[in-house]
Design a protein around this ligand. Structure first.
Ligand code: ABC
Ligand code: CA
Length: 560
């Protein structure tokens, strides 16, 4: 172990071993560089609707790595890095980075080559990976036809497919050889059948990898380039790559798992969203898509990227803010077979809908850690890491479903058993799993989210009644570090005449301090934090209750 750490320090400038197997052990925090953090820590206003550069930088990311690492992530996917179309267009500015004009230069809104190298080094010295988003399908223009002389290196029309719009997603030639974008920003479609273009991109990706010590790539618009372009591109990259194949159909997506290390798992994304977006979502359809993907994908689901949100789709909390449903949907990527990806801002409860609203500035949240969903993610990462450490076959064990009900689902990936539900925050879920958990009778299990313990019955059966529609994520107590439990000093459930109190930070003083409630007739669900004797309140607008507690409370009673 020590040898490994020393090696990582000595080789900080080099990429870490970054094979698919290495990436499988990780979890990825996806961010939009322009919207994550500023170099000087300032918090400029950022109205997503304006579609302008808001000021995030690579140096800003370095400044906030503690925040990312606190949640348990050990890889960061940053938005595209190369030089983009400048100025305003009918579709706004290119703050997202997907409108390349110069493949060989960096986007100086985000910093210099030194800054990017410093980000790679800062990540590597923490044992974290850098994933860079790349676009090879197109270059962006603000006129039609484009002024090709503005492109580097493809400065002539001959490097591009003849103009036509992508209009027919059922016609693969149209999808591959016509242009994305619109009249304001046409995305000139690179002629990826042209040898000069092909040779350029194969050498370019290898150089990008070595110039910036990149550990992995996210590849844009993969379905818009012929499949047989990808294997050599993947080889030239030399590190794990996950491709965006934006399609909900397993059969459409599956062939791409044969030409790249992994794909972003859109089929699961859709069924995951549908299953948990309401109390009538179909859990069975989620089970079905997983089982189809397990048999259709090249490497089952082990090397896909599993996500609930991204920069192209409405955030989950733009569909529902029911915290029971949210916690279940968020849990999925961390209990399933793929590599978990969390899109920045989800942990802060952001609710932006479609592009551009889903690209909020994270600095407006203050990077607060004492928030319920931040803690949720932290524990989900910790639980996954504990399962990986406990069983050398965890990462090659495909999930099974020992119990599928109308509103409940048991997901087994030994030694983990995740009990999910879409009954919602006002429901009381119950699971009766009679077999298929892998546990020996009598094994003590802990729900990592509440630190409640259970004992497996005969044949490994598990019976659990949950609360507030929350998931229950079980591990044998023996493999989970219960330090996480002492940080959750007390979590009490609420009912109509009870106020739940979540103590988010471990106290370093003794209990028994009397806390006076602010005078109010309507009290919201409160998070009480006490650090060095200072008690602070925080309202959670998602959890309003109308009955105020009476009198004062003390920290170690349950505040009824
Ligand atoms: C800008 C504006 C938008 C405006 C748009 C026309 O122009 O911001 O408000 O509506 C970048 C920027 C965007 C920008 C675009 C275009 O460029 O981020 O802000 O939009 O200028 C990738 C990236 C994405 C990026 C690009 C372009 C590509 O992740 O951030 O966008 O480099 C298609 C592509 C996919 C692409 C996506 C945006 O468009 O395939 O690679 N994403 C169907 C199609 C998909 C299609 C999708 C969305 O619609 O099949 O191919 O994605 O248009 C399911 C089906 C799916 C179906 C969905 C809708 O329903 O199974 O197949 O997807 O059931
Ligand atoms: Ca294309």
């Amino acid at each position: 172990m020590l040898g490994r750490v020393l090696a990582a320090c000595a080789l900080a400038a080099l990429a870490l071993a970054a094979t698919p197997a290495e990436w499988q052990q990780r979890s990825i925090y996806q961010l939009v560089t322009d919207r994550f953090a500023t170099s000087d820590g300032s918090s400029p206003s950022c109205d997503t609707e304006d579609r302008v550069y808001c000021g995030g930088t690579w140096q800003g990311i370095i400044n906030e790595l503690d925040y990312i690492q606190y949640m348990g992530f050990d890889a960061v996917w940053i938005s595209p890095i190369v030089a983009n179309l400048e100025g305003s267009t009918g579709d706004g500015y290119s703050y997202h980075g997907y409108w390349t004009v110069d493949q060989n230069a960096l986007n100086d809104h985000f910093g210099t080559a030194d800054d990017l190298n410093n980000l790679a080094s800062a990540l590597h010295s923490r044992g974290m990976y850098l994933m860079v988003d790349v676009v090879v399908n197109h270059m962006a223009a603000n006129t039609l036809p484009p002024d090709y002389s503005t492109f580097t290196p493809f400065d002539a029309e001959s490097y591009f497919h003849t103009f036509c719009w992508v209009t027919d997603y059922s016609n693969q030639t149209n999808v591959e050889q016509c242009w994305l974008g619109d009249d304001s920003v046409p995305l000139a479609d690179c002629n990826t059948e042209n040898d000069d273009v092909i040779d350029f991109f194969y050498s370019w990706i290898g150089q990008l990898q070595s110039n910036y010590s990149v550990d992995g790539f996210r590849i844009d618009t993969v379905k818009h380039i012929r499949k047989d372009f990808w294997p050599d591109f993947q080889n030239a990259a030399g590190v794990y790559a996950v491709g965006e194949v934006f399609d909900g159909d397993v059969n459409y997506v599956a062939p791409y798992t044969e030409v790249l290390d992994g794909i972003l798992d859109y089929p699961t994304y859709y069924q995951l969203t549908y299953a948990f977006e309401s109390t009538s979502g179909s859990i069975q359809n989620l089970v079905n898509v997983i089982q189809s993907a397990q048999s259709a994908y090249e490497n089952k689901l082990f090397t896909v990227g599993t996500f609930l949100e991204n920069q192209d789709n409405p955030r989950f909390q733009s569909i529902t803010t029911d915290q029971g449903l949210v916690k279940n949907a968020m849990a999925w990527p961390f209990i399933a077979d793929g590599i978990p990806i969390l899109y920045y801002g989800q942990e802060q409860g952001y609710t932006g809908a479609n592009d551009p609203y889903n690209r909020e500035a994270l600095w407006l949240s203050g990077y607060e850690e004492d928030k319920p969903l931040v803690q949720h993610v932290r524990i989900l990462n910790a639980a996954r890491k504990a399962a990986i450490a406990a069983s050398s076959s965890y990462l090659s064990t495909a999930v099974t479903f020992p119990s599928v009900g109308g509103n409940t689902l048991a997901v087994s990936k030994y030694p983990m058993l995740a009990l999910l539900t879409n009954v919602g925050a006002s429901g009381t879920p119950a699971w009766d799993v009679s077999s298929g958990t892998g546990y020996a009778s009598g094994t003590e299990l802990i729900d990592v989210l509440t630190c409640t313990t259970y004992t497996a019955g005969s044949g490994g059966s598990v019976s659990v009644t949950g609360s507030e529609g929350a998931p229950v994520i079980l591990l044998p107590t023996s493999v989970f570090n219960t330090t996480y439990c002492s940080e959750l000093v007390g979590t009490n459930s609420s009912s109509s005449d009870t106020v739940a109190v979540t103590f988010e930070i471990a106290y370093d003083t003794t209990y028994g301090v009397t806390v006076d409630l602010p005078p109010s007739t309507t009290i919201e669900y409160k998070y009480i934090t006490k650090v060095n004797g200072d008690v602070t309140w925080e309202d959670d607008p998602n959890n309003e209750i109308t009955t105020p507690p009476s009198g004062s409370v003390t920290q170690n009673d349950s505040w009824h």
